[in-house]
Design a protein around this ligand. Sequence first.
Ligand code: SF4
Ligand code: SF4
Length: 353
Amino acid sequence: MKNLFNYIKLYPSFFNWKIFSEGAFFSAWGHTRAPFSVNFQITDKCNLKCKACSFFGSGERPSSCANEADLESIRNFLLSISKYKPAVSFGGGEPFARGDFLEILKTAKKECGLKTIVITNGTLLGDETINIISGSKLTDYLVISLYNLYEKHDEIVGVKGAFEKTLGNIRKLVKLRGVELIVSTVLMEENARDLERFAGFFLNEGVKKIKIEHQNFITEKEHEAFNGSAVFCPGTFIKKGRFDEQFIKEAWDVLGRIRKAYPSVFVKPPLSRKEFYGWYGADPAAAGKCHFIKHSFFISPRGLIIPCQYFNNCVLGQIGRDDPIRLWNSMNYRKAREIIERGSFAMCSRCCK
Ligand code: SF4
Ligand code: SF4
C-alpha cells in the first residue's frame, strides 16, 4: 500500500479508480484483469556505459540491436491494449538511440491515447526532439537518470561530458515547461554522501520531482544458490557481500535529512528503517512478495513478453503474435506468477518495483 501511494504521488496522472475497483477480481484471481502498466524496453542500444546498469554487463554497450521489434508490430501491440488503458513506460537501453522512437511515442500517445513515461539518460535529446516533446505533449513524464553532479556523474556513466549535455537539455525542457520532468537516481556507495546536494541542485534548476531508487543487487552467495539461473550482469549486479554497517548507517541518515528538507524527493520503495537495514544488510528475512507481476509486465527489445526484467529467459509470449490480454489471463502466465512467488528469489527482496 505504501508503495502504491508513493507511485500515485509520483505519477498522479496515471491514477484512475480502476486501481481500486479491480480489488475483488484481484483477490479472487491474484492478478488484475488487464495490466496496469507495460514496461517496454524499446532497445538494447545505449551511448553510455553506466556502472550501475542492470541491463548490460560491465562491457561495451551495443550500438545496434539485432531483431529489434519493428514499428509495425509495436503499433499493433499498442492498438491491441489501448482499450485497457495501461500506462506505458518506455526505457531501454536508451530509447532515443532508436531512430523511430518519436514515431513510437506518437503512436502510443496520439493514436492510442495512452499515458506514457519515458526513461532516458537525457544526452541524445537534440533541440528538435525537445521542441517536439514539449510542444506536442508526447509524454506525461520524462524521467532523466543521473547518478551525481558533473565529473562524478561522468565517471559513473563512463562518458566525459555526459552530465553537461544532460544538464543543458534539462534546462531547455524546464524553460519550455511542456513536460513533467523527474530526475531519477540510484543510491550507491559512489553517491550516497552527495545525494543531498544532488537533490538541492536539481530542485534549484526547476525540476519538480526527484526520485531516489534503492539499489538492486544480489550477493555472490545468493547468485551461487540460484546456480546462475536468474539473469544478471556480474559486473554491475552481484556484490561480494552485504553493504558494510557504516555505509548503511550513513545512507539512512542522508535519506532522513533529504526527506525532511525536500518533500518533493521520493524514495522508491519507501522503506522503513528496519526494511532499509534488511535490504542493504542482505538479510534473507527481509524478503518481500512480488506485487509487480500481478499488475504489470515487461517487453524486451525483441518484443518478447516477460514477467519482469530480471526474468528475461521466462518468455511468455511475443507482441504481434499473441493477444496480450489472453496471454495475461492464461494458465501459463498464472503458473509463472506462482513459480516466481514460491521461488523467494533474492532479487525479489531487493526490488524497487
Ligand atoms: S543510460 Fe541506462 S541503459 Fe544506458 S548504460 Fe546507463 S543505465 Fe544502462
Ligand atoms: S525482481 Fe522479483 S519482485 Fe521485482 S518485479 Fe521481478 S519478480 Fe517482482
